[in-house]
Design a protein around this ligand. Structure first.
Ligand code: ADP
Length: 262
C-alpha cells in the first residue's frame, strides 16, 4: 500500500507540475507569437513604401538638375544606397520571421546544383572584379550533383556565402566554390566556399550563425552588413535537412562547408 500510495503521489505531483508549467507557458508562447507576427508584418509593410521611394529616386536621378549638380547627385546616390540596404534588411527579417513560424514552405524539385552554382558565380563576378579578387569554381564533371531542393533558397544560400567571401577578403585575394559528392551514406553534396580573407577568431566561430552577430565591430565597421546573412544560410541548410559549419584561421581565410542530402 505504501508503495502504491507513493506512486500515486508521484503521478499526481508530475501531473500538477505539468499543468502549472503548461499554464505558465501559454502567455510566453502567445507573446513570442505576437512578436514574431509583428516582425513579419512590419517588415512586409515596410517593403512597399521603400520600393516606391527607390523608384522615385531613380526618376529623380534622371532629372537634368540633379545629374548636372555633383553635390545633389552624390546625396541622391547615398539615399538610394541606404534605401537599398533597408529593403535588404526588411527582406532578411521577413525571411527569418517566416522561418520561425514554419510558414515558409520549400518548393522542392530535382535540380542540377552544378548549373545553379555556375550561374550564381557569374552573378557575383562584378563584385569580385571590383576588388580584383579571383574566383575559382571546381567540381568533378563526371559526378552527379542533382539534389531535391528549393532552387531559389539554394541560390540565396550560395549568394550569402559568396558575397561574404568577397566582402571579407581584401583586394587581390581568392575565393573558391567547390562541389563534392558524398559517396558514403547518406549520399549528398558538399558545397565549400573558401576565401583568403581576414578570417574569423576561434572564439567567434560558434556565434557567426546567430542573428545580428558581427565579429568585432571595429574590424568590420566599414563593411556593410547586419549580421543576418549566416543565420538565413543556416536556416536554409537545416530546412533541407543539411548542416553548415565554418573553419577559419585569423588573417588567412575561412571555409564554409554546407552538407546537403540527396
Ligand atoms: P553580415 O551581414 O555582417 O556579413 P553574416 O551573418 O553574413 O552578416 O555574417 C556574420 C559575421 O560573420 C560577419 O559580420 C563577419 O564578421 C563574419 N563573417 C562571415 N563570413 C565571413 C568570411 N567569409 N570571412 C570573415 N568573416 C566572416
Amino acid at each position: 500500500w505504501l508503495g502504491a500510495a507513493f506512486l500515486l503521489f508521484c503521478a499526481l505531483a508530475v501531473y500538477f507540475s505539468y499543468r502549472m508549467a503548461a499554464k505558465a507557458m501559454v502567455p510566453i508562447l502567445a507573446s513570442y507569437e505576437q512578436q514574431r507576427k509583428f516582425t513579419a508584418d512590419a517588415s512586409h509593410e515596410l517593403r512597399t513604401p521603400l520600393s516606391v521611394l527607390l523608384s522615385s529616386i531613380d526618376t529623380l536621378q534622371m532629372e537634368d538638375s540633379v545629374e548636372q549638380n555633383p553635390f545633389a547627385a552624390k546625396v541622391v546616390n547615398n539615399m538610394k544606397e541606404e534605401i537599398r540596404r533597408m529593403i535588404q534588411l526588411s527582406g532578411s527579417l521577413l525571411t527569418l520571421a517566416r522561418s520561425d513560424s514554419g510558414h515558409s514552405e520549400l518548393n522542392l524539385h530535382e535540380h542540377r546544383l552544378e548549373a545553379e552554382a555556375a550561374r550564381t558565380m557569374e552573378s557575383i563576378r562584378p563584385l569580385a572584379e571590383a576588388k580584383d579578387i579571383q574566383l575559382h569554381y571546381e567540381y568533378d564533371p563526371h559526378a552527379s550533383f542533382t539534389i531535391c531542393c528549393d532552387v531559389e533558397r539554394i541560390r540565396q544560400l550560395l549568394i550569402i556565402l559568396l558575397d561574404n567571401a568577397v566582402k571579407y577578403t581584401p583586394e587581390g585575394g581568392q575565393v573558391a566554390l567547390t562541389l563534392e559528392s558524398i559517396h558514403e551514406k547518406p549520399h549528398g553534396v558538399l558545397i565549400k566556399v573558401r576565401d583568403t580573407g581576414i578570417g574569423i577568431p576561434t572564439e567567434d566561430q560558434p556565434h557567426v550563425f546567430d542573428r545580428f552577430y558581427r565579429v568585432d565591430k571595429s574590424r568590420t565597421r566599414q563593411i556593410e552588413g547586419y549580421g543576418l546573412g549566416l543565420s538565413i544560410a543556416r536556416w536554409i541548410t537545416e530546412a533541407h535537412g543539411g548542416s553548415i559549419q565554418v573553419e577559419s584561421v585569423l588573417g588567412e581565410g575561412s571555409t564554409f562547408t554546407v552538407r546537403l542530402p540527396e
